[in-house]
Each structure stands twice: as C-alpha cells, then as structure tokens.
Write a protein that binds this ligand. Structure first.
Ligand SMILES: [Mg+2]
Length: 177
C-alpha cells in the first residue's frame, strides 16, 4: 500500500530562521515551539515525516556536511524527547542558488526522491513551508502544499495559514481528508 507523507521545510518551520544568515551550530538552532505539535499531529495520523532543506551555506563554505549532521542529530534527539517521534528521513541540498540543481527547491528533486524511495501516494502528500520556493517545489512534484506566512507573496499554495498555531487547530482534519 502506498504511503502518505508530510514534507517539512526546516528554517522558518522547524526552527526560527536567521535573516540573511545560516544556522551553523546547535547554539543557533532554536525550535519554533508550535512545530512540536504540528509534527506530532502528522506522525500520530500515520504520516511519514520528511525534512527537505536547502543548505547553500555548505556550498558557500560557511559550514560543513558534518556540521549539518551534528545539528540534525540534535534536532532528531530533541524531537524524539518532545514528541515520541522523529523525522523518518532527511534530505538537504548543499548547492548554490546559481547552480539550479534539480534537487534544490523550487525544483522538486528532493521530494521526488522520497516519493520514489517510500512509494508515496502523491495525492496523500503535503509540503509545509514558509517560502515561495517550498510551494513551487510542491507544485513541481505535484503534491499539495501549506504556506505558513503572514505577509503577501505571489505563490499559490493549496492552503495558507499565518502561523503554525493556526494550522495546528485544523491540521488533523486536513490530514484526514
Ligand atoms: Mg524556510
């Protein structure tokens, strides 16, 4: 039976983003408190949870793949303690924006890899992100999307909420459709 999944962007969804900067160490990684609930709702409704994150700071030489692995190990440990679950898999793209890597959002490469690897039903997959590139990546992978953002932007998500708290109130219902 094909699986269902929620794809999560990282910076701005899992953890607070740094404006014009990158998360290079555990000390700079601060969870967005409402995310724990969002994550728990996805997992307890039987969805696989995947992290798909652009990390061009690696391509810029600001931190290494090992530094990123340390941050993600910390994130997984904390998630498991707080929610009883952790991400089923993690994908990152270290390429620079200019390279136009097929794996780098808004391109769908990272999503398509998981759709194939886990035999996902694309009609039962959601991407949650805070950027236009997340919504376009979802569109390009032909899955549904939820934009978390309070300001104007040009993209066309399936659903839009101005905070994770607001999504959390109805997320279970959304996932049961
Ligand atoms: Mg983001």
């Amino acid at each position: 039976m094909p699986n269902k999944a929620v794809f999560f962007d990282r910076d701005g969804i899992v953890n607070h983003r740094k404006i014009n900067d990158y998360i290079k160490t555990i000390e700079e990684f601060h969870f967005i408190p409402a995310f724990f609930e969002t994550f728990k709702i996805a997992k307890s409704n039987g969805y696989l949870a995947f992290l798909v994150t652009n990390q061009q700071g690696i391509g810029k030489g600001l931190y290494s793949i090992t530094d990123l692995a340390i941050i993600h190990n910390y994130m997984q440990d904390k998630l498991l303690k707080q929610t009883g679950f952790k991400f089923d898999d993690i994908a990152f793209c270290p390429s620079l924006h200019e390279v136009n890597d097929f794996r780098r959002k808004p391109n769908p490469g990272m999503l398509l890899e998981f759709i194939e690897k886990y035999d996902l039903d694309i009609d039962k997959c959601w991407m949650i992100g805070d950027s236009e590139s997340d919504i376009l990546a979802a569109e390009n992978a032909e899955i549904k999307s939820i934009l978390i953002r309070d300001s104007f932007n040009r993209c066309n998500p399936t659903l839009r909420f101005d905070s994770l708290e607001k999504l959390n109130k109805v997320f279970s219902q959304i996932l049961s459709i």
